[in-house]
Design a protein around this ligand. Sequence first.
Ligand code: HMG
Length: 415
Amino acid sequence: MKPRIGIHALGLAVPRRYVDMEELARARGVAPDKYLLGLGAREMAVAEPGEDTVALAALAARRALAASEISRQQLGMLVVGTETGVDHSKPVASFVHGLLDLPSAMRVYDCQHACYGGTAGLMAAVEWIASGAADGRAALVVCSDIARYGVGTPGEPTQGAGAVAMVIATNPGLIELDVGISGAASTHVHDFWRPLGRREAEVDGHYSVQCYLDAVATAYRGWRGRAIERDVIRRDGMVSEHLARICYHVPFCKMARKAHLHVRRCDLEDAGAPWDAEAEDARSAAAFRLQVEPSLGLCARIGNIYTGSLYLGLAGLLHAQASSLTGQRIGLFSYGSGCTSEFFSGVVAPRAAEQIAAAGLDEVLAARERISIAEYEQIMALPPTAPLARRTGPEFDGNFRFLGVTNHQRQYATR
Ligand code: HMG
């Protein structure tokens, strides 16, 4: 019998500060409903220089391990997916490996392809275990990023920051993945990119939305074909409706709605029968509310966290509904600008509710502090080199923290 492999436990780290989107809209002279309804955002995480990609990744990883009964000695692989690395050569994973005092006898590296980097790590970890090379060991996959477009840009309300770390193992506690059943889609496009030396992304915003939709169509069709062929999903009717829930990459919540309508359009077009557009409008709205909306709670309160965005959606979904989803199949879509993407699926594990409770997601969000738009703008104007911060007090609270650079080496507070 094939081993059951998937996401065993997860941990979330977010910056300590956030802004309210209604307040941001007013400050920018924009109708609040554009951000609240047009983009689907409520709050946006704001990272200050001490909360860099490494600090967020290490904190999420420590929390994921604490939420799992798997010990550091049982790990054989650590992969960080990120597009906000801190060095041209030394990976974020190497810093995390040191900060967490992980064993020497393991693979440690970063994966990069915009927001897809974390999924690249997840797939490598799952296939490493499936191949037998893991030899009973587990993997730690961390997605950590800071999404930054700049003050006053169209991308500003779609910023965010945070890290999701996942323990990948056999007999997983959260979701068993359908190993080998996925659909990929890649095209060389300039929808979003960040030239070397730049902190802010370049983006062709509306084009990026179209690139995402083109990708989800191809990737979904690829997954659907394989899933039907291997009897993982029924072929009758609207195949996407046979998935209990679908989590999408969420650069802003409205994007998940657009993606879901597009996936339904693929099913309708491929069925080859005419459909009533008005009836489909009502059906797709209901399908979105049932299948997608429950995964957007955390995303609406944190913003785009790039590589971790899909897994933030998954965490939010399990946090909200794990007990009613036990044994049900959910779809997952990962998109990285540039672009590459993958649609895959998995089944919610029997003890998912208990396992996600161990992640303490409510506590992580409750520890945040709302700041004014003026304070947010001050943080955005700070150079990436952090001032030497206090090692104790409310600013630190025992979290990992970037302290500055000495001798060209990045320094971190660990306790
Ligand atoms: P924009 O031009 O400022 O906004 O940019 P808009 O005019 O398109 O309006 C947005 C929505 O608000 C529209 O809804 C409006 O109708 C609505 P839609 O027509 O799209 O359904 N709206 C209102 N609704 C209610 N009341 C109102 C109101 N006014 C307007 N008063 C854009 C929006 C997303 C393009 C911009 O924020 C941006 O460039 N963001 C960054 C790029 C991005 O997020 N792209 C997503 C796809 S690419 C991706 O996901 C990859 C990524 O994560 C990076 C990676 O892979 O590493 C970004």
